[in-house]
Ligand binder design. Structure first.
Ligand code: PA5
Length: 376
């Protein structure tokens, strides 16, 4: 369950009405499919049976994807998987950067492991993902037969993409991404569900998301208060966590909010911090520096009492220069994370509508790709 405190450390009035109008605007957009986080049972069955197969022959699944095609999975993996248990099944990540050194190290590690890969790209045209896939495919061909590759390569993409053809031609398993759901809103489709099925209960995650609808008013209130901060010239939002394992969740939030609302020279710049670590660096700025920041603090019951004391003490200390919005989970279960993910999907799309930009496109991301294509 989630609870919210948007007033104590901001001195702001919470808006009581208006969410229906904003929701309608989001619903009218053809990319609003994320609003209904229901997955056909045939897909769930396919995911379950492939998961069982993978576990028989692999110790590792390498998720090959960029942006919304990997960030959410990486976030939940960090929260729920047993990093300290070397014998457990692991997810590893590639395809979101161009570092050859990283890829070589990964391949070196994989030499000693039995592994499979899941290539994830809605468009099928992302440079980083495609280069990494080709490189890993060549490496796999030195280790596995064509028949084995059919058991070890999983492709998640749009039905009309080149990657779908690649899967069909080679007999690889294919998972579709719905047309009406874009990259950063796709965590609760096969994009996140298939790799996550190897480390957590995806039905519980979906149940949380489906029941996350109960927080629609709070998502609207959060979006309105973010907008109020922005109008007061607070153009930076610091997502604050008190446990290291949440830092990739901060990366996911940065991706979700900056690609959703950073357009037409508008939007709030999202950053993320680990407290109390960053109180010994950013803390000085937040306490006494340029008052351009507000904080969204995300914490859970179950943290030790010293950490709990720190949360309220820091909010109080920062209050004058850096107001805090608080989101609290009564536990950090897979179900509650499903609710939280749905809450942030709603609030990111509402925030973009309040900024009068399209939440679901990312025209600016094309610019660097164009420059690179010209050179390559
Ligand atoms: O949110 C988005 O749409 C982007 O971040 C994409 O997820 C990212 O660019 C990767 O795109 P694709 O899945 O087409 O490879």
């Amino acid at each position: 369950m989630l609870t919210f405190d948007f007033e104590t450390y901001t001195n702001k009035k919470i808006p009581k009405e208006g969410w229906q109008e904003i929701l309608k605007k989001v619903e009218q957009n053809s990319m609003s499919g994320f609003l209904n986080p229901f997955v056909p049972s045939s897909l769930l069955d396919q995911i379950k049976s492939k998961k069982e197969e993978i576990k028989k022959h692999s110790q590792v699944l390498v998720v090959v994807g960029a942006g919304g095609s990997f960030a959410g999975c990486r976030a939940l993996d960090s929260i729920f998987s047993s990093y300290w248990n070397p014998s457990s099944f692991s997810l590893l990540y590639a395809g979101y950067q161009l570092s050859e050194e990283y890829l070589e190290r990964l391949k070196n590690y994989l030499k000693e492991k039995e592994f499979s890969i899941n290539v994830i790209s809605k468009s099928g045209t992302t440079l980083e993902t495609n280069i990494t896939y080709q490189s890993l495919l060549a490496f796999m061909k030195t280790k596995y037969t064509e028949e084995e590759l059919k058991q070890r390569i999983f492709i998640t993409s749009d039905e009309n993409s080149k990657l779908k053809m690649e899967a069909d031609q080679n007999g690889y398993t294919f998972f579709p991404i719905p047309k009406n759901i874009g990259g950063r809103y796709s965590l609760l489709t096969a994009v996140g569900l298939f790799p996550l099925s190897l480390i957590l209960d995806i039905e519980e995650l979906l149940k949380g998301a489906q029941e996350g609808k109960q927080y629609i008013e709070e998502a609207y209130q959060y979006a309105c208060l973010r907008k109020a901060m922005y109008d007061e010239k607070r153009g930076v939002e610091n997502f604050v966590f008190y446990e290291e394992k949440f830092l990739p969740f901060g990366e996911w939030l940065k991706q979700l909010f900056s690609e959703s609302e950073g357009k037409k020279q508008r939007g709030i710049l999202p950053i993320s911090s680990l407290y109390t670590r960053d109180l010994h660096s950013l803390g000085q700025f937040l306490q006494e520096g340029n008052p351009i920041v507000f904080e969204t603090v995300i914490d859970f019951d179950g943290m030790d009492s010293l950490q709990q004391t720190a949360v309220s003490s820091v909010c109080k200390a920062h209050q004058k220069n850096t107001p805090s919005l608080r989101i609290h989970g009564t536990d950090c279960s897979v179900y509650t994370m499903g609710q939280l993910i749905y809450f942030f999907f709603l609030s990111a799309s509402f925030s973009a509508v309040l900024m009068d930009v399209d939440p679901f496109d990312q025209p600016g991301v094309e610019a660097y790709k164009e420059e690179m294509r010209n050179v390559i």
